[in-house]
Write a protein that binds this ligand. Structure first.
Ligand SMILES: [Zn+2]
Length: 398
């Protein structure tokens, strides 16, 4: 996917745009640059079609369109802020060629409406030079009215340029993210609770033995609680068993509101939060351990979850997670501990001392005994169907 972004208007002089309570050309750049960062971090190629200086308005428009038409774009997006004579106009709107009601354009409008602006809809922008002259499918977004006090208030409350960029991004990015997150063929994504514990447990045990990051029972409990045993929107649509925000992630991204708890115990919603998306649940479990092992908020000088790493007592590990502010929930540790004890997950933390079979020998698990060879073969086939290799040997049984 290739997207051209035009931060509307020049910075000053000819073609410089409206000046209301906030200055249009300044905020088109803030929104556009935030949007470009989001798109690039999702692996989308972004062409910056912004023109900072021009001798005339027409020269500015022609230069922006020339940049856009140099390559094939999936979308050309021009960012603007509106203004009206009496400063009473308010709301968000999007212009397209002949007013085409593209789903992405409708979604951008709806997402801006979701932030609190009135949704003025997708309108006919054929009269606009950048809509008419660009070869690509194009939309011109009027984020809101920069000269209207109420709109500017909503703009700031929605997170300013970052909040707007996420709303636009969510409108166009799903095209890139949704089809590419597939259900891995070798994972059962509708497991029973017990199957879920076993699935995560096997990965967590192996990783604990190899990397010693987080004790298996805690990994399983976190995965089960955070994903609703694999049923959450993130688990089903983004293959993510944990809600991990981007924090430097350069892989695929999933966009979804986040519910966070405030210090006074009340809840708030962070709109259009960005989450890591994965190829499989397995990748999600391993990346979560990576995250625990490497998360730093001071450029790597200190590790945020240092006490958790390698801690082999599940009660302590859960308390450390809460102390290190893994989650905003104030009952996070007790929830995890109760879950581990209720489902006996500490059994996943136990490791016998390793004994390696001598050269030429293997440890063989005996699975069944039959009088009938046909029945033995049927059982062998069943095992084969679930990926277990087995051998049929005639033993003396008495
Ligand atoms: Zn404008």
């Amino acid at each position: 996917m290739v997207v051209g972004i035009n931060c509307g208007h020049t910075i000053s002089g000819a073609g410089s745009g409206a000046v209301g309570i906030i200055k249009e050309s300044e905020h088109t750049r803030l929104v556009g640059q935030a949007l470009m960062r989001l798109l690039r971090s999702a692996g989308i190629t972004v062409i910056d079609c912004t023109i900072d200086q021009a001798n005339t308005q027409n020269e500015y428009l022609a230069a922006a369109v020339a940049l856009a038409n140099r390559q094939d774009l999936d979308w050309f997006i021009s960012i603007h802020f509106n203004a009206s004579v009496e400063h009473k106009g308010h709301g968000a709107e999007v212009y397209t060629y002949k007013g085409r009601q593209y789903q992405d354009a409708l979604d951008v409008c709806a997402n801006l409406g979701h932030l609190g602006f009135s949704n003025r809809g997708v309108k006919d922008g054929t009269g606009l030079y950048v809509i008419r002259k660009t070869k690509a499918k194009s939309m011109l977004i009027e984020v809101c009215f920069c000269d209207n006090q109420q709109d500017v208030g909503i703009y700031h409350a929605a997170g300013g340029a970052e909040g707007i960029a996420k709303a636009i991004y969510k409108g166009i990015y799903k095209v890139a993210v949704s089809p590419s997150v597939k259900l891995p063929a070798d994972e059962n994504h509708t497991p029973t609770r017990e199957e879920f514990h076993e699935f995560v447990g096997e990965i967590a045990r192996k990783d604990w033995q190899e990397r010693h990051i987080m004790i298996p029972s805690v990994v399983i409990a976190q995965a089960a609680i955070e994903s609703g045993v694999g049923t959450s929107e993130l688990a089903q649509n983004a293959n993510a068993l944990f809600g991990v925000k981007l924090n430097g992630w350069t892989g695929r991204i999933y966009v979804k509101d986040a519910t966070e708890q405030n210090e006074d115990g009340s809840y708030r919603t962070d709109k259009n939060a960005l989450w890591r998306a994965y190829d499989s649940w397995k990748q999600s479990v391993l990346d979560h351990n990576n995250y625990i092992a490497t998360r730093s908020t001071d450029g790597g000088k200190t590790l945020r979850f240092a006490p958790v790493i390698g801690c082999d007592q599940y009660v302590l590990a859960c308390q450390y997670l809460q102390q290190c502010e893994y989650a905003t929930s104030q009952t996070y540790a007790s929830t995890l501990i109760n879950y581990i004890e209720r489902y006996n997950l500490h059994q996943y933390d136990e490791f016998e001392p390793e004994q390696i079979a001598p050269e030429g020998f293997s440890w063989v698990v005996q699975a069944g005994a039959y009088k009938s060879l046909n029945n033995a073969k049927m059982f062998q086939q069943k095992l084969k169907n679930i990926g277990v290799a087995s051998k049929i040997v005639q033993y003396k049984t008495e």
